[in-house]
Write a protein that binds this ligand. Structure first.
Ligand SMILES: [Zn+2]
Length: 66
């Protein structure tokens, strides 16, 4: 199963969860039990974005190293 990194929007707690894709959206913060959490992308840049700038090719996919 993949590991998903999340950050809690309420308390700022950062945590990782092993879970299936189907249960990914049902997770809660283990610290404050709030469900207002956002998935973090620590190993893959945001789509088409690197270093805060949009990719010059405009054809980036997740994992692109342009
Ligand atoms: Zn929290």
């Amino acid at each position: 199963m993949p590991t998903y990194d999340f950050i809690c929007e309420k308390c700022g707690h950062k945590f990782s969860i092993f879970c299936s894709v189907s249960s990914r959206d049902k997770q809660i913060c283990p610290q404050c039990t709030d469900d207002n959490i956002t998935q973090r992308f620590t190993t893959v840049n945001a789509y088409g974005v690197k270093g805060g700038k949009a990719c010059s090719s405009g054809k980036c996919s997740p994992g692109c190293k342009c």
